[in-house]
Structures are given as structure tokens and as C-alpha cells.
Design a protein around this ligand. Structure first.
Ligand code: PRX
Length: 648
């Protein structure tokens, strides 16, 4: 039996898996042969206030525009239509706190909270097009703030609450935000992270912010600055308020999410209201085939794109019930995740290879303590999943009954690009492969010069056609948008990853082809760490790279040359660590910091990071004909040997 959603959209209550991939192939072929017709149909997953005039405008590449002339509101699609339909009393979120507290919020409850906070934002002078920063932990106010912004047409930029003051200030300044929404603090692993203090520190470096709204979470003492800072609970009323949704153009920006690149500052990927929403709602359905009564748990943080698309927007568009979890997966014990699955009878679990590898190290005894029989589909995201972790997940968590949906995508792509299409016809899975492209996605594997390379060989993955979820531009930097993504292979989107297409047509994603790091599934820039290092008073020069790690995928390794006056100072490493932690956040702190007298350089003085990395990882350094100071190579070698001896 199926239930109506109030929008004409119907989700299955029973599994509708197809045993073979022929039906997928048909859908895929339709999506590439008649894309306009295809998207015309699939855009109906949303309710539109005004229908579009044109499905895709390609007149100004690479600034592709989808559903031009169409108007909609994201919060209306996430809430109003369910409240008006049959989902008023359905749980939107089951929120589980680090200490085990829980709150269940229904679609109607969320709708009321969002309306109320939307009104508060308006009272604070926020209008359509204004920029706001959300710097919150995993609490319900996070989706409420995002949806309230979307309701009134304000463009939000969510900053992961693990980032430090420098990273936050940079994002506030680049987005020219007028308002920041934060909390007094966040609970993490039994400790309090003082978010409000970090905001105060960031605001010393910013001049655009007029108001700071503070959610009371940890209840420790915080300084409230008169005239600027205001408590969330003081501005949201208890009365039911209704705010008419702002009907946005499909091509109006919805949010900006900053992500790391190889050069310069983080890039603000801008996602729009229409194409992005169509994309994430459809891809969630195609890849995971969620049912009306399923419980969906995307165990990412809302601060990353995975959380934006698949904790907040797509599950709410589809009217699903989501688990939202505040804590760490190993706290207070390594069975935290399995306990939550059992307690809340989670049906669809979506997590990262790092999480799986972390939990795998504790052995099967932890999952075996729990009844995991509710699980039907298991997903992963963020980094390549090694076959051993895939098999462990499949056998010990899914009991060899649940398909593994390995979703490959990026901040810029908005939603899944390559993933097993469970709802369309699941192909036989191969551990470590994301299988096939989502409908509308046309990948190609190229060599350096742009020539398509044969099956089974490693190359760069690019996309030949635009898809609805693609980011629209980079905030303040349309030129960088073009040069970073659309210049290497003219007319195609180049995403910076290596991949192989095997002889059966399966895609295998092999990780970054550039100097971007992937630590625990989080994309971090070597350049950001190097910038923070050389802005430390003790550091003269630095080279940063990623070392493969069996659990985290990669960990950060830094080689630094300290300034003469700090040579021999035993506190340097600690002081550098502390600085990176406060500037950028804990995930950026290098696992290893090695002090050397000099770093390999070219004759023109450029640090040869590639050589440092090769030497430190015991690999061949490649072409070193431009190397000027060969003694530095020995320096790197002896530093790493001394370290290995110490730690073995
Ligand atoms: O290298 C790819 C890797 O993560 C990068 C994107 O990072 P970010 O924009 O932070 O988004 C992460 C969540 C979508 C990609 O360029 N990546 C992501 N998912 C996979 C992956 N690599 C292999 N397999 C995946 N499933």
C-alpha cells in the first residue's frame, strides 16, 4: 500500500527492487537521449509555484541554468505540502543527543518552528538575497535555521562547527554575511566546544555582521555583546506564526558551501533552488529507494554537503523520517552506532568508509550485541571504500542481505553522480565500485590531453553534460569557476578525481588527482594547512601532504623549517598544533609534524612538495632535475627515519 504525500508523489511501502539492470538502462538512455523531456517529468518530484519556461538554458556555458522561469520554495516543498497532506503527524526527525536524550519532531512541529524562526529573521531585518552564516552543531535548530532562511529567500552558508575562528572569519567575509546563527557550545566526546567564543574571535576579523543569534545548548557562561548578540529563545515566540514563502526563481541561490581547492582560499560553491532540489530528491530515490515507513539515517554532519543534501533537504522533500545524531560514533562506547540502529529500527544507513573502518577495528562483538535486522540498505560516501571494509559492512552489518550503495559525488555536484541505482534496477555489486552513473550523468575517462582512454585504464574523470544539481558558480568568483572546472577539458566539467571504467562499464573512483587531501572523507586543502603553518610566528617554510592511512584514508603530514630564533625550542610543535587547531579546526591538525633545516626547492625557489612526499613515503621522487639543494632530501629522509624508529 502506498500513502499520498499531499503532493501527488507516492513512495512505495514495500521494496520494489528490480532483479536486473535493464530497467535502469532504459531510464538512463532516456535521460541522455531526451534530457528535457526526462527532467520535465522528474521535476514533478517537487511542487512548483510557477512552471518553468525552459528546462535547460545552455546559452552561456558553463553557466548552465535549469528550470528557467520556474518558481518554487524549498521550505514549502520540505514542509507545507506534507503538513497539508498526510504527513502532518509523521516524524520528520528523531534527534538523538550525545547524552542519549531524544526529541521527536513531526512535520507539523518542524513547520511551526521554521515559520517562527523565519519571522524572527525578518524581524531582525533579513530579506531575500541577504547572506547569513549558520555555525551550529547537530541540533534541530540547524535544519530549522536552514529552512527558515530558504523560506524567506536569504542565502545561507553553513560552516561546519568543527572549523576554527580563522576558517569561520574567511567564510563570513567572503559571503559578506549580515547575521550569524550559532550556539553557546557543542557537546563533543563528553566535552564542550565553546562555539560562541570562536564566533567572537572570528568577528574581530569581520565587519559585515550586525547580529549574532545564539542557541542555548551547553548552558555554560558566554559573553553576550549588547546590541549585537541575542538568544534564539528570546526571539522565537511560542505562538504559531505563518510566514508566506518567498517564491524563488529556480536559479536564485539557495546556499553557499565552501570547499577546499588546490590554490588560494576555499571556494564558495553556490547551489540554486530549483535544479539542485530536483537533483537531490531524485538521486536519493534512485539510489536508496526509500519507502514511506522507512527510517533513514545519514550519519554525516550537517555542516558538509552530505548533510545539506541528505540530512536536510532531500529526505524532507520526500517526506521521510530521519535520525539526526549529535554525538561521536565511538562515544561512550564503540557500539554507539549499532545501538542507535537497534533502538530506532533504522532501515537505511548512510555513513562513510572511515566510520566503517573505525568500527571494524573494534571487531564483530560490538555489532553482534545488537539486533540490526531492521537494516535494508547500507550506503557510503566521501572516499573510496576498500573491499575489506565493504565486505565487513556487507557481512557483519547488513548480514549479507543489504546492498551497499557506494555513492560518489562532491560538494559541487550537489548530489550523487555515480551510485548503484537500487530503485531503477540494481546491477550485481562489485566491492569498491560505485557501479553506474545516475540518470543524466555522462562521465568520461580522459588522459592528460583529453583523449578518451580504454576500459581498465586509470584516467581523469570528467562529465560531458550538465546535470540539474550542478553548482551554479563560485561566490564572487565566476572566473575561478570557469578556470578550475571547465578549462582542462573545454566544454566538460573536470572534477579533480582519478577513475577507471572497467570492461563491464563499472566506475571505480580512485581519489584525488590533485593536492587536495581527503581525511576521513573530508576534503581539506594542503594549501590551507601550509598557509596556517607559515602564519605561525615560529615557522619559516612548510610542505604539507597526505599519507595513506588504513582508517582515515589519509592523514596530514607536515614538514616545517622553523625560524632561526626558534631552533631548538622544544615547544614549537605543540605551539604549531595549537595554532592550527584554533585557526582551522581540529581536523586540520597534522598527524605528524617534522622539523627540518631545509626543504627541497627548485632553482626558482619553489618548494617541491612532491619530492618531500615521495621521500617521506619511501617512493621514487620522479624528476628531480630542477632540484637545487639535494642535501634537503637527506634531511627529509633522516627526519622520517628518526620518527619511524621512535614510533615503532
Ligand atoms: O575525491 C572524491 C571523494 O570526495 C571528494 C569530494 O569531497 P567533498 O566535496 O567534500 O564531498 C564529499 C561528500 C560528497 C571527491 O572529489 N569522494 C566522495 N565520495 C566518494 C569519493 N571517492 C570515492 N568514492 C566515493 N564514494
Amino acid at each position: 500500500m502506498a500513502e499520498s504525500t499531499g503532493s501527488g508523489e507516492v513512495l512505495p511501502t514495500q521494496e520494489t527492487y528490480h532483479p536486473n539492470i535493464e530497467s535502469y538502462r532504459q531510464v538512463y538512455t532516456e535521460s541522455v537521449e531526451t534530457p528535457e523531456k526526462f527532467w520535465e517529468k522528474h521535476a514533478q518530484v517537487l511542487d512548483w509555484h510557477r512552471k518553468w519556461d525552459k528546462v535547460l538554458d545552455e546559452s552561456n556555458p558553463p553557466f548552465y541554468r535549469w528550470f528557467v522561469g520556474g518558481k518554487l520554495n524549498v521550505s514549502f516543498n520540505a514542509l507545507d505540502r506534507h503538513v497539508q497532506g498526510n504527513r502532518r503527524n509523521k516524524a520528520a526527525y528523531i534527534w538523538v543527543a550525545e547524552n542519549g536524550d531524544e526529541k521527536i519532531v513531526t512535520y507539523d512541529g518542524l513547520y511551526q518552528r521554521v515559520n517562527s524562526f523565519a519571522k524572527s529573521l525578518m524581524d531582525l531585518g533579513i530579506k531575500k538575497g541577504d547572506r547569513i552564516i549558520i555555525y551550529l552543531p547537530m541540533i534541530l535548530e540547524a535544519p530549522v535555521a536552514m529552512l527558515a532562511a530558504a523560506r524567506i529567500g536569504a542565502v545561507f552558508s553553513f560552516v561546519f562547527a568543527g572549523f576554527g575562528a580563522g576558517a569561520l572569519a574567511e567564510r563570513i567575509n567572503d559571503s559578506k554575511a549580515k547575521l550569524v546563527i550559532t550556539a553557546d557550545g557543542a557537546f563533543r566526546g563528553g566535552k564542550i566546544v565553546k562555539l560562541k567564543d570562536i564566533v567572537d574571535e572570528a568577528l574581530v576579523q569581520s565587519s559585515t555582521v550586525e547580529t549574532v543569534v545564539v542557541v542555548e545548548r551547553t548552558k555554560h557562561d558566554v559573553q553576550m555583546q549588547e546590541g549585537r548578540d541575542i538568544w534564539w529563545h528570546d526571539i522565537v515566540g511560542s505562538r504559531i506564526t505563518y510566514v508566506e514563502p518567498e517564491w524563488m526563481d529556480a536559479t536564485d541561490p539557495l546556499y553557499i558551501l565552501y570547499t577546499s581547492g588546490t590554490t588560494g582560499k576555499p571556494k564558495g560553491a553556490v547551489h540554486g533552488n530549483g535544479g539542485y532540489s530536483v537533483w537531490i530528491a531524485n538521486t536519493l530515490k534512485w539510489a536508496f529507494n526509500p519507502g514511506e515507513n522507512d527510517r533513514w539515517w545519514c550519519a554525516a554532519d550537517i555542516g558538509w554537503v552530505t548533510g545539506h543534501s541528505y540530512i536536510v533537504f532531500a529526505p524532507l522533500f520526500l517526506g521521510l523520517t530521519s535520525i539526526m545524531f549529535e554525538g561521536a560514533i565511538t562515544y561512550p562506547a564503540p557500539d554507539r552506532m549499532w545501538e542507535i540502529i537497534e533502538r530506532y529500527r533504522v532501515n537505511l544507513l548512510y555513513t562513510s568508509p572511515t566510520a566503517i573502518r573505525t568500527l571494524m577495528r573494534y571487531g564483530e562483538k560490538y555489532p553482534e550485541k545488537h539486533d540490526l535486522s531492521s537494516l535494508r540498505v547500507l550506503g557510503t560516501v566521501g572516499e573510496p571504500i576498500n573491499p575489506a571494509a565493504w565486505k565487513w559492512y556487507y557481512e557483519h552489518i547488513g548480514k549479507s542481505n543489504s546492498p551497499i550503495i557506494d555513492t560518489y559525488w562532491q560538494t559541487e555536484t550537489g548530489g550523487f553522480m555515480i551510485a548503484p541505482p537500487l530503485a531503477l534496477g540494481l546491477p550485481p555489486l562489485k566491492p569498491g565500485s560505485g557501479t553506474f552513473p545516475m540518470p543524466g550523468v555522462v562521465p568520461v575517462i580522459l588522459d592528460e590531453k583529453g583523449k578518451e582512454i580504454p576500459a581498465g585504464e586509470k584516467g581523469y574523470i570528467a562529465y560531458k553534460r550538465p546535470w540539474p544539481g550542478m553548482f551554479m558558480t563560485l561566490n564572487n568568483d565566476p572566473e575561478r569557476f570557469k578556470s578550475t572546472y571547465f578549462t582542462k577539458y573545454p566544454g566538460m566539467y573536470y572534477c579533480g578525481d582519478y577513475a577507471i571504467k572497467d570492461k563491464d562499464g563499472y566506475y571505480w573512483l580512485l581519489g584525488r588527482a590533485d593536492e587536495v587531501l581527503n581525511v576521513s572523507g573530508h576534503r581539506l586543502g594542503t594549501i590551507e594547512v601550509e598557509d596556517a603553518l607559515i602564519s605561525s610566528p615560529e615557522v619559516a617554510e612548510s610542505a604539507v601532504f597526505g599519507r595513506p592511512d588504513p582508517v582515515k584514508g589519509e592523514v596530514i603530514v607536515a614538514f616545517v623549517v622553523v625560524k632561526e630564533e626558534h631552533e631548538g625550542n622544544g615547544e614549537v610543535v605543540n605551539s604549531i598544533r595549537k595554532r592550527i587547531r584554533t585557526e582551522l579546526g581540529p581536523i586540520y591538525v597534522p598527524e605528524e609534524i617534522h622539523i627540518v633545516k631545509s626543504l627541497p626547492k627548485t632553482r626558482s625557489g619553489k618548494i617541491m612538495r612532491r619530492v618531500v612526499k615521495a621521500v617521506a613515503l619511501n617512493q621514487l621522487p620522479g624528476d628531480i632535475s630542477t632540484l637545487e639543494n639535494s642535501a634537503s632530501v637527506d634531511e627529509v629522509k633522516s627526519a622520517i627515519e628518526a620518527f619511524r624508529k621512535e614510533t615503532s
